[in-house]
Design a protein around this ligand. Structure first.
Ligand SMILES: NC(=O)c1ccc[n+]([C@@H]2O[C@H](COP(=O)([O-])OP(=O)(O)OC[C@H]3O[C@@H](n4cnc5c(N)ncnc54)[C@H](O)[C@@H]3O)[C@@H](O)[C@H]2O)c1
Length: 450
């Protein structure tokens, strides 16, 4: 590093770029207060977050909520084993909020549930750690920001790459000017995959309240693909590839990299977006009374036009091989002095422009399980509650990153360019596109108004 940390923090604060200094160092904030903590959505990632909350020794786990007893039971057992706490179990988050009055709520349900649960939690007086993407549609995100502000509660979002040590040092590298003037950024996620076979619709298992799982989103036939949670199953984890509940790879993985782009630039939003893609390899989306496939694109390209640079997004779920060197996820920042790869399990790498020196590499410092930095993000939330300062992944920051992903999906659905007025959060002169900033909720669930 050329800039020492103190100088860099001073200069970034001056330029309005937020850095998570204590969290980056992995320190738990000082304090012995124990917060009444509840987890809503006791699946894979929720338990990773709760694990760090328990390790911080500043949480008393008072409630766990899941609509699937098979997810809830092991979570209850784990909490009891690791802390001795005996949280109350719930199927309905409203009862949890009412009966346990938590001070911190972790929201780790599928994406379509984040807005209603986060808003209910802050209104009940709790601070929130909610997972990314914050919302399924853009207007829900604005309602979440406003609800957090009106309630005066802290809302941290799980975009933990803002506190990963190699992402922080990578951002220092980019801001130091060592990569030169950056004119283009390319974000990408590539995995293997192939044609998709429909799976039969079945009755939901008796342990799951499927109607409540779907909640405000359409009530889809249940299906599962036992033994392959990343495959065609809707639940658990597979919801990412069903557009009723999530926004495919751009909404799921892409938001992390959109967030890195917005962290780097001083611009708040793109002004023009175009996206295309489809399912030429996965095959057409199928949904009928007998069977179904996913419906998210198997590849997608999006172009985001900013004032001073162009960003692109690419994902592909086929042809994963060694033709392209380097990590299969991340962001390439293309500068006049070289190309900087901000990655994940490989840390960051800098490839100087020809003749200008040797490549440089910074290894990551990630935690297990699953190579993440939740510990630092949890510490930052506690610190923000104690000091009254906004957390590093504040809801408004993550709303902008989520919006970037959702604009890409919106353009893909429309099949045309959209001009984004980021101040008004409206698409310019396009009524059809503006309708997609929100959606109808099902049954008695009410779409949150900003
Ligand atoms: N920040 C990260 O790096 C990261 C990584 C993985 C997942 N995530 C996010 O975490 C969230 C959860 O993902 P996951 O992979 O753990 O999914 P999962 O399917 O394993 O867990 C979600 C759980 O929520 C439950 N649920 C559904 N509706 C509910 C409701 N109304 N009330 C209570 N529980 C409900 C489900 O039954 C399930 O147990 C997603 O938003 C995902 O994007 C973030």
């Amino acid at each position: 590093m050329t800039l020492d940390r103190r100088t860099f923090i001073k200069s970034t604060i001056a330029s309005g770029v937020a850095l998570a200094a204590p969290a980056v160092l992995g320190q738990q904030p000082k304090g012995t207060q124990s917060y009444r903590t509840a987890l809503i959505g006791t699946g894979w990632w929720g338990m990773n977050i709760l694990g760090e909350a328990m390790l911080s020794k500043q949480s008393k786990v008072v409630g766990l909520c899941d609509v699937d007893q098979r997810q809830l039971n092991p979570a209850l057992e784990r909490v009891k084993k690791e802390t001795g706490d005996t949280p109350k179990a719930f199927r309905d988050y409203r009862e949890l909020l009412e009966e346990t009055r938590p001070e911190i709520v972790i929201v780790a349900t599928p994406d379509h549930w984040h807005p209603l649960i986060t808003i209910a939690a802050v209104k009940s007086g709790a601070h929130v750690y909610v997972e990314k993407p914050i919302s399924h549609t853009i207007a829900e995100g604005r309602a979440m920001v406003n609800a957090a502000r009106a309630a005066g509660r802290m809302v941290q979002v799980g975009t933990h790459r803002r506190v990963s040590p190699h992402n922080v040092s990578g951002m220092e590298f980019l801001r130091s000017g060592k990569a030169g003037k950056i004119g283009m950024v390319r974000a990408f996620v590539h995995y293997g995959g192939g044609p998709e076979t429909p799976v039969p619709n079945i009755d939901p298992p008796k342990e799951i309240d499927w109607d409540m799982w779907c909640g405000p989103a359409p009530l889809r036939h249940y299906c599962e693909n036992i033994g392959n949670p990343w495959g065609n199953a809707v639940h658990p984890r597979g919801f990412r590839n069903y557009l009723d509940y999530a926004n495919g790879t751009l909404g799921d993985w892409g938001i992390h990299w959109m967030d890195q782009i917005l962290w780097w630039t001083e611009e708040k939003f793109p002004r023009k977006v175009y996206s295309t893609g489809g399912r030429p390899v996965a095959g057409p989306a199928i949904y009928n009374d007998r069977e179904q496939t996913t419906d998210a694109p198997d590849h997608q390209v999006a172009v985001f036009e900013f004032e001073s640079f162009t960003a692109t997004w690419e994902h592909r779920k086929f042809a994963h091989n060694r033709a392209e060197k380097g990590e299969n996820v991340g962001c390439h920042f293309y500068g006049t002095e070289g190309t900087f790869h901000q990655g994940w399990q490989d840390g960051w790498r800098f490839y100087p422009t020809d003749g200008r020196g040797e490549p440089q590499h910074q290894s990551p410092q990630l935690h297990q399980p699953d190579d993440q930095n939740i510990k630092e993000l949890w510490a930052d939330l506690l610190q923000s509650i104690q000091t009254g300062t906004r957390p590093v992944c504040d809801i408004e920051i993550a709303h902008r990153s989520t919006t970037m992903s959702l604009l890409g999906m919106l353009s893909l659905k429309l099949g045309r360019n959209i001009h984004w007025d980021g101040e008004r959060e409206q698409i310019v002169d396009d009524d059809e596109a503006n309708k997609l900033l929100r959606r109808e909720y099902r049954g008695a669930w009410e779409y949150p108004e900003a």
